[in-house]
Write a new protein. Sequence first.
Length: 359
Amino acid sequence: MMQKAPNNFFLRLKTGAALLVSAAIFAAVFEAAVSFLMLRGLTPGAPDALLAFFRGYYWASPYRHYLQFDPECAVYDARVFYRLKTGACFHSGARFRNHYSINSLGTRDDELSLVAPEIVTLGDSHTMGWGVAQEDSYPQLLERRTGRRVLNMGVSSFGTARELEFLMRADLRGLRYLVIQYNDNDLEENLAYLSRKRRPGLRPEEDWKSLSEQVGSSGYFPGAHLARMAVFARENFKGRRKTPEAGPVTHAWAFMSVLGKFLDRPELRGVKVLVFSVNNSHGGGSAPRFRLDGALKPLLSAGKFSRFAGRVTVLSAGAELDEPACRHLIDNHINAEGHRRAAGALLPYLAGSGAQGGG
């Protein structure tokens, strides 16, 4: 019996080594397969469930890049937490890489557009042009097609409250039209703003630096997909048990409660507002479609917000922008086709000659 122990030991050692090698091979194959699917393998014809999973996982993966916390592209701002960093930078994702030219105000536009623009576009990363070339964003398309000076003030992850706070820094002398792109994730910020009696939520620079450091250290490492996908799957399962999200009526009320106070300011009197929404969950399979326009229109037709009915026009472009042809396959932001359609929906309300310039 004493002579067989070494054999058993070496057998267990060989078995353990074989298991480790098998696990390493599995991990390597898994990592390569996930990378291939995300970078080029997934196509629009893939099963809806598979697309939905990878669209969700993308934001936990090494390929997502939060521009607003990248020190090359953004800087801390005491009032709105951050803005784009004046100069130039590159922003990339799973299937895109784009150049950003950023003006002195901190928006993705040129200096000439800062001088008394007739049209200002507000919104989050969709309006900013996440995932598309600067000249392909809908604000730039509108400028070329209307001949009016358009200033793109879209900033990644801004809600309506910060968008309007940021707007007040612009040269508003020539402003005639204000375009606001709403997103269903604006609600939390808007409600918080209202709860503070319409005061901005000031956050210290240390918070931005901490988030910036987290983003900077979240790149790829061996086994990253396996580790992050496990965390994502767990969090996704927990998220499904949460209380259902607020409906369109709550979104519309909070939006108008924030917007109304700004429209009463002298700088914005007489300015016409065009509103359209871009959903986080786009069409395909059972993905929900958030429709702000259906709730905003009746809100403007009666009650305390009816006084804005002649100034605020609600577009129904959101449903069209949910179409897969208008979205990046993995990233979910509207693509160049989505920007073309957004510009096309807005153009009839803005057509005409005006001050030429900007870019």
